[in-house]
Design a protein around this ligand. Structure first.
Ligand SMILES: [Cu+2]
Length: 293
């Protein structure tokens, strides 16, 4: 099944070296501390994606830990880059995947388009601070999630911040917000009382986004109501890297993004998951951090 999830860099693309800061002391400032415990992880729902191994439902126990209420913002990532001089993999490779509709016509010509996901373009010069390529910026998006960050970039940020990526079990435990086996972080209905609760795609993907939820691309990290544990935007907005491997060469991502649509890729369900290679990046993938307590 084809879907909106971000494509990967070619494994044959020349590796680039990125300087990773040393591991800093654990810092839980501003994180939400959760008690941990045993919960039912995954789903056996018929409209899940068996190939993603969302099931079977199993009891999983997580130790107490702390986690970001929000995805890491552009403002926060800028502090990291300013403090360390860190260069992301999108900068080192010289390009990253941008949703094609967001790319100005002048930058579209000759931009590589993945065969199985033609709504993505590999845009030269795009990176977290120029998310749609040269000429774009994040000035008006300081409180939006940083995007075009690879798994390796997220880990590097964690070294600097005294954080780590959440495991998938921690992520899902936190994202469920205390609800047992609910479909979404807030319950079973996508739009309870007609109210949008997350930033996903409305309309016909990938040609027409009616933006009924108020957003075409990323939304501020504190948009919409939080879940029962106080976490914002675990569903939709941007995919979030997790610590775990997904198969031999990929890393797990959770939560879905502003490109997910119910007819197509309903991976904003709280049990849904996808993957990418650790050096890949795109305009709909970011991360939130966690720490031991
Ligand atoms: Cu999706």
């Amino acid at each position: 099944m084809s879907h909106c999830c971000p494509p990967s860099r070619s494994p044959g693309e020349a590796r680039v070296a990125v300087d990773v800061p040393g591991v800093g002391p654990t810092n839980t400032d501003g994180l939400i501390t959760l008690p941990g415990g045993t919960f039912r992880m995954g789903t056996d729902a018929a409209d899940g994606f068996p190939d993603d191994r969302e099931g079977p439902v199993r009891e999983v126990t997580v130790a107490p830990f702390a986690i970001d209420a929000y995805a890491v913002t552009n403002a926060r990532f800028a502090e990291f880059v300013d403090a360390t001089g860190y260069r992301t993999e999108a900068e080192a490779f010289g390009w990253t995947y941008v949703f094609a509709k967001f790319v100005p016509a002048a930058l579209r010509r000759g931009a590589p388009r993945p065969e199985h996901a033609p709504w993505w373009l590999g845009v030269t010069g795009a990176y977290w601070r120029a998310p749609e390529g040269p000429g774009s910026d994040v000035e008006a998006r300081q409180d939006h999630p940083v995007v075009h960050v690879s798994w390796n970039d997220a880990v590097a940020y964690g070294h600097w911040a005294g954080r780590r990526l959440p495991t998938e079990a921690e992520w899902e435990y936190a994202a469920r917000g205390g609800l047992d086996q609910a479909r979404y972080p807030w319950g079973d209905e996508l739009t309870p009382g007609g109210e949008h609760r997350c930033n996903i795609w409305q309309g016909r993907f990938p040609v027409h986004n009616t933006e009924e939820d108020g957003h075409a691309g990323t939304a501020p990290v504190d948009a919409f109501a939080p879940n029962g544990f106080g976490l914002y935007n675990v569903s939709g907005n941007v995919w979030e890297w997790c610590a775990d491997p997904f198969g031999p060469t990929h890393r797990a991502m959770r939560g879905g993004s502003y490109l997910c649509h119910e007819s197509y890729c309903n991976r904003y369900r709280v049990a849904a998951r996808t993957r990418n290679t650790p050096d890949s990046s795109s305009g709909n993938t970011g991360f939130r951090t966690a720490a031991d307590v």
